[in-house]
Design a protein around this ligand. Structure first.
Ligand code: BEZ
Ligand code: FE
Length: 304
């Protein structure tokens, strides 16, 4: 092929398409964005070369993506869900974790994070109604990589109910139930009371649900608590702690479980343990989060 032909956008064969698209994007001003888009086109074209889609299959794929977009509402994010069930979200987390192995590992944010959770004082409960469930007392520390406490860190927590539903999915729960944030004290300590979350199926009413059914996959996540920890001068940590006795611990539909994020949900009988006054069996969970120096950012809530 002549140099003249190469600089034009006239397609000669399959390989020329990739080259022409890269050339068309070559004036992208932001160098990082240019790098990302070049890699995306390179690998997406390689996928198309390998999979050799028929026209109908290509149309079906595009329509699937369209349906994913159409399924999104203010309270449901099907795009995040798709990234999660394909392992994209976890892969990004694992790659970023390995760049900072001295800090606590991150886990995917998931589609149920909401901004604006209520502020609670240390020790308070994030349960806003009388939902039945086993009490759980969560305590933890936020430390830097030298194991020094970080005080005034914001610890934002959210979880599903014992019925396996987040409050935004459940008309029976009050607004912002089982969501809240705390500021660590001078020892980097936070603690709060809640009820033990259950595992739950991810939403399956949309095209991602169809995908899971076609693939004969179950839709369940093991019981867990979500955390976002933000402190000035430290890289924000988005993480989850999974119950060590949870069903589906080794088959999470969104691949979110890593060994270091499995927490000990310790059961105590009435009259025993650190809260002997509690009138029913209860659980305790202790977790330490280590933050690395960096920029503190707030994740964009996928739902309102
Ligand atoms: C969650 O943990 O909230 C979640 C993560 C991925 C998909 C659905 C839910
Ligand atoms: Fe969750």
């Amino acid at each position: 092929m002549s140099r003249l032909m190469r600089r034009s956008s006239i397609v000669t064969d399959a390989a020329s398409v990739t080259e022409i698209v890269h050339a068309a994007m070559s004036n992208t001003v932001n160098p990082r964005l240019k790098e990302i888009l070049n890699a995306l086109v390179k690998h997406a074209h390689a996928f198309l070369n390998e999979a050799k889609l028929t026209d109908e299959e290509f149309e079906q794929g595009l329509d699937f993506i369209r349906q994913v977009g159409l399924t999104c509402t203010d309270s449901h994010n099907e795009v995040v869900l798709l990234a999660d069930v394909l392992g994209f979200s976890t892969l990004v987390k694992v790659l970023n974790n390995s760049a900072h192995d001295e800090r606590t590992g991150g886990a995917l944010l998931g589609p149920f994070y909401r901004g604006g959770s209520p502020r609670y004082e240390l020790g308070e409960s994030i349960v806003q109604d009388d939902t039945p469930g086993s009490p759980i007392f969560v305590s933890g520390r936020i430390l830097d990589t030298r194991r020094e406490p970080i005080c005034n860190a914001k610890v934002d927590v959210w979880q599903a109910s014992p019925a396996g539903l987040y409050e935004n999915q459940d008309p029976h729960q009050p607004e912002m139930n089982l969501r809240g944030h705390f500021l660590t004290d001078e020892h980097g300590v936070f603690n709060f009371r809640s009820i033990r979350p259950s595992g739950y199926p991810v939403p399956t009413h949309g095209p991602v649900g169809d995908l899971l059914r076609i693939q004969k996959r179950h839709p369940y996540r093991p019981a867990h608590l979500h955390f976002v920890v933000v402190a000035d001068g430290y890289s924000t940590l988005i993480s989850q702690i999974f119950a060590d006795d949870a069903e589906y611990l080794d088959s999470d539909v969104v691949f979110g479980v890593t060994r270091d994020l499995v927490g000990q949900f310790e059961r105590h009988e009435v009259g025993t343990g650190p809260h002997p006054g509690v009138k029913e069996p209860y659980y305790t969970l202790d977790c330490t989060f280590v933050l690395a120096k960096g920029d503190s950012t707030f994740p964009t809530p996928p739902i309102k």
